[in-house]
Design a protein around this ligand. Structure first.
Ligand SMILES: Nc1ncnc2c1ncn2[C@@H]1O[C@H](COP(=O)(O)OP(=O)(O)O)[C@@H](O)[C@H]1O
Ligand SMILES: [Mg+2]
Length: 150
């Protein structure tokens, strides 16, 4: 993909308070693209799911860093990368299946399904014992005018 026109990086610890912080910060950054209310809600939900997975699965019983990068491409496409250095996923295809969970009773197993349906693209890379990277993209309906010389 070509060079981003704007970018932000955020590193947070995997405590549960940072789930809403990551979601709100991403939404605030994306506001410059003038998303519709629905687009913004979709992106916030997808970020929540990905960050929650880092908190409850990747760093289960421990605390570690979550690395979030948000890039804006071409005035209306958003790419969000959420990376952890936690336990990793053994079988990504299985993990992405709706209702699959290793989280027991209180987890629905729908996080990846939500990310997949609310965003245009979802890519998951993972190595057991090393960590997981989730990359999501969404192209917004409104194209903002940007002063390219700025
Ligand atoms: N960042 C991650 N690190 C380790 N395992 C993960 C991560 N994200 C997801 N998983 C694995 O994929 C499964 C499915 O995730 P998801 O669809 O969000 O459902 P849920 O979180 O409800 O279990 C999880 O139960 C877990 O085993
Ligand atoms: Mg989940």
């Amino acid at each position: 993909m070509k060079k981003s026109v704007n970018e932000m990086k955020l590193t947070v610890l995997s405590c549960s308070a940072n789930e809403s912080f990551a979601r709100a910060s991403t939404a605030a950054f994306i506001a410059q693209l003038d998303p519709t209310i629905e687009e913004l809600a979709d992106i916030k939900t997808a970020v929540s799911e990905a960050v929650t997975n880092c908190i409850v699965h990747a760093y289960r019983q421990t605390i570690g860093y979550i690395y979030i990068t948000v890039k804006i491409f071409d005035t209306n496409t958003v790419q969000i990368k959420i990376r952890d250095c936690g336990c990793g996923i053994e079988n990504i295809e299985q993990a992405k299946e709706p209702l699959f969970t290793t989280g027991g009773e209180e987890r629905a197993g729908l996080g990846f399904a939500v990310m997949e349906s609310f965003m245009d693209k979802l890519r998951v890379n993972s190595q057991k014992g090393k960590g997981t990277t989730v990359v999501m993209e969404k192209t917004l309906s409104r194209r903002i005018k940007r002063n390219l010389s700025a």
